[in-house]
Design a protein. Structure first.
Lengths: 117, 97, 119, 97, 119, 117
């Protein structure tokens, strides 16, 4: 099945980014195609390549890892501007994109799951 | 539709609100802090027991274990992330955030 | 795929960004050949209350934005009537003409869209 | 102590929980989404009316205006940010977030 | 100033960062000559439940951390008894020996500290 | 009076940073001394100097402005590391600091007010 995922919260403050990651891993393990992960509102901060959590899971690396497997992980451009998240800070394999990218994921997906607060 | 609940039922109205709208027979998934609704003995147990007569109710194993919830209300079905995905295969999702 | 999306608005405006981003997403995806149906439940109905004026907080009024959505091709607005009644509100208090539904009607709208975007 | 509430009373238990603990006579300030508790006609009006018999209850003007709340429960006192600060001068704050 | 601070823990662990940061702030300010008293109310009591194991989520157990706080000079733990009872829990279910208080006792603790840090 | 302020949420996602700003302005107008503003957990993101909100209030500029008036505005060092918020991104006049700085503010304040979610 084709599954789309939306993340509305940033790293560490809420569990949403963790839950979405574990869900995506399980979906891949079951043979599904992830048509995209859209990082929206504070969710864009999950793609911050400067995240350096001492002794804890690195959430940005996890999204980068998913993106490296061919999943289109997109952080909302406008939200990024509001949050001081610049293009040069985006973790490897993730890109910025507009709501048109979210629309594409919504259209391509058989199932769409949102993680937030 | 799979109604998903991630908020504790004692401080948030999310579970009650979702149960009001979810039609009989539709599955409900408790995850993140939503799994506290699956705990035996909480003041919301009657609400959940009533709901179990109308809905299959699932609780996410990883979130139960994280929170030390060991005694569950009878009838709650525990699923892991693989089971979460299996539910999503069968039903479109209504995230009741 | 039918390309129909239900945007589910359940949160109060201004205290958090969700109402504003829900609104922006309605516009943002609505222009990309998606049939957007907006459902207001719980505190989400507060987004539609008349006389919102957040200018003293240096924010823009969200209430002003909804009546202009039909110009952008989005004109399906549905309000969960019990949520409205619990807040002591009636359709006269709202900035748009919305269709009222009961619990079953809200569930049916979500099921018919198939894809739900929650804010 | 000044108990401050910033959550809507219909979806969050914060107001009810704070009112259970705040001793009689202690002031309560509603701000951000907490000001919905000051609105006339909501299902929580009885809870607030009861609380008004025990506590001075204030609501922040900027947040009321932002949300278009024009009809208030009798007895609610409207304060601007200057009045918020004046309350803080008189009372240490218990933020019931 | 008496340098007494009440840390008010009202939120459930793991779903959000507040319990973890409340814990870190207890340690972080406790070493700077502040008398820290920790009060658990509402979902905050869940922070103290035994058998927490978030390893499958790659998180650290918060329940394991509280019993070690006395080593760092913080040993005032108070639980709002009605919050515990509403959750079907008793003191035997908790990782530390905490003093139980009723509504008035919780209010008195907050008032006696004068400064409240909420998580 | 000496007033300390704690902010637990980031910009735009929640109203906390706005409320804290308006509260501090009103406290200054009434002649109070703000002993410090501590930006904690997601609150550190309010001090991101790259925030560029098109056509909206700039929350980082507001905290920078308060700091320029002599208020000690401090963003939590450890929280910043978890959120990819680097020292070179901190808006003018704001600085990073540890929980010792929060302890100092708690000790110095006659009143302490927290804004969060």
């Amino acid at each position: 099945m084709k599954i789309g995922v939306l993340v509305l919260e940033g790293p560490y403050q809420h569990q949403a980014a963790d839950s979405a990651y574990h869900f995506v891993k399980a979906a891949l393990a079951r043979g599904h195609e992830i048509v995209g992960i859209f990082l929206y509102t504070d969710g864009v901060n999950n793609a911050n390549g400067y995240i350096k959590p001492p002794g804890e899971r690195n959430i940005a690396e996890r999204y980068s890892e998913l993106a490296s497997q061919g999943i289109d992980v997109i952080a909302c451009t406008a939200c990024a501007r509001f949050r001081g998240f610049r293009r040069d800070m985006v973790v490897e394999n993730v890109r910025l994109g507009g709501l048109g990218a979210l629309a594409d994921q919504l259209k391509a997906a058989d199932r769409f799951v949102t993680f937030g607060d | 539709m799979l109604y998903t609940i991630n908020k504790s039922p004692l401080m948030f109205g999310n579970l009650k609100s979702a149960l009001r709208i979810a039609p009989e027979g539709e599955p409900v998934l408790l995850y993140e802090d939503g799994v506290y609704a699956a705990a035996h003995g909480a003041a919301t147990e009657a609400l959940v027991a009533d709901a179990l007569a109308k809905h299959p109710i699932f609780a996410l194993k990883a979130d139960l274990e994280a929170r030390g919830i060991t005694r569950l209300i009878d009838g709650i079905r525990v699923v892991d992330y693989d089971g979460f995905v299996a539910l999503v295969e069968e039903h479109p999702v209504v995230p009741w955030l | 795929m039918e390309n129909t999306v239900a945007v589910l608005m359940r949160k109060a405006p201004y205290g958090s960004v969700y109402t504003a981003e829900g609104l922006r997403s309605i516009l943002g995806i609505g222009v990309f050949e998606i049939d957007v149906r907006v459902l207001f439940v719980d505190d989400g109905v507060y987004a539609l209350v008349k006389n919102q004026d957040p200018s003293v907080l240096d924010m823009k009024s969200l209430g002003d934005a909804f009546p202009s959505l039909p110009e952008f091709g989005v004109s399906s607005f549905t309000v969960h009537a019990p949520s409205l009644a619990e807040r002591g509100l009636s359709v006269e208090d709202l900035v748009i003409d919305a269709e009222l539904v009961d619990d079953a009607g809200a569930a049916a709208l979500l099921a018919s869209a198939g894809t739900v975007l929650p804010f």
